[in-house]
Every structure is written in structure tokens, then in C-alpha cells.
Write a protein that binds this ligand. Structure first.
Ligand code: AMP
Ligand code: ZN
Length: 120
């Protein structure tokens, strides 16, 4: 099975076929600014390999997800979120229709910066 789904927009971003405003990249992970931000800081973190959602995450993804979660605070500060506890950020994984997931490639939203935000 291919690592990438040719119909998936985040796979295309991960492959560099669609441009993005990059925040971070390594062998397994890409982070880029959300195209429609609703907080002063709003970026997405994705595995480069196609995983449709958190519902498909298994033991083989545990290390990758752990790396993503521990990277999120570092990137949040790098992108201008203020430090915990006065500052902070929100880390969200929308999953499935009831979870509000629109792009079916697992992604972590990181929201932050001074309020008010457009949503949330
Ligand atoms: P979700 O509703 O959790 O699936 O969130 C999908 C997010 O992807 C939304 O916040 C969109 O604004 C964002 N998005 C969609 N297309 C792009 C793109 N080409 N570049 C950056 N962000 C995108
Ligand atoms: Zn994908």
C-alpha cells in the first residue's frame, strides 16, 4: 500500500505538490499554517504518511503520535504562542463527521495567541 493517497490534499502538501507555509518538517512530520486561521496562531501538524484519522491510529503509530504531541509545544512557542501558564494554546484532533473532521488525513490543530479568537 502506498504511503500517500493521490486524492488527499494533505498528502499532496506533504509531497510538496501543493504549496504550504511551512512551520516544521522532518522525515515523518510536516507542520504548516492553516489556510483559514481562526486564532492569531493556527497551524496544523500532519504525519507525512497517509493515516485517515485518529480512529485508524494503532500501536504502530504510537511513537509518531508521541513525537507530534511533544513537538507541538515547541512549535507553538516558535510560532508566537505565549508561554504556559498565562499564555498557552489549544491542541485539537477532529475525528470523523461528528468530530468536525473535514480533511481525512490525520492532523493536529494548534491554536494560540492573544484572545479574542474568531472561533473557540
Ligand atoms: P478539520 O476540520 O479538522 O479537518 O480541519 C481541516 C483544516 O485544514 C481546516 O482548518 C482548513 O482551513 C485547513 N486546510 C484545508 N486546506 C488547506 C490547505 N491547502 N493549506 C492549509 N490548510 C488547509
Ligand atoms: Zn493523506
Amino acid at each position: 500500500m502506498s504511503e500517500h493517497d493521490p486524492a488527499c490534499i494533505f498528502c499532496k502538501i506533504a509531497e510538496g505538490k501543493i504549496p504550504s507555509r511551512k512551520v516544521y518538517e522532518d522525515d515523518e512530520i510536516l507542520a504548516f499554517h492553516d489556510i483559514n486561521p481562526w486564532a492569531p496562531v493556527h497551524f496544523l501538524m500532519v504525519p507525512k504518511a497517509h493515516v485517515p484519522s485518529l480512529a485508524q491510529a494503532g500501536p504502530e503509530h504510537a511513537a509518531l503520535l508521541g513525537r507530534m504531541m511533544t513537538l507541538a509545544p515547541k512549535l507553538a512557542l516558535q510560532e508566537g504562542c505565549r508561554p504556559y501558564p498565562k499564555g498557552g494554546y489549544r491542541v485539537v484532533i477532529n475525528t470523523g463527521d461528528d468530530g468536525g473532521q473535514e480533511v481525512h488525513h490525520l492532523h493536529i490543530h494548534v491554536f494560540g495567541g492573544p484572545r479574542p479568537w474568531a472561533k473557540g
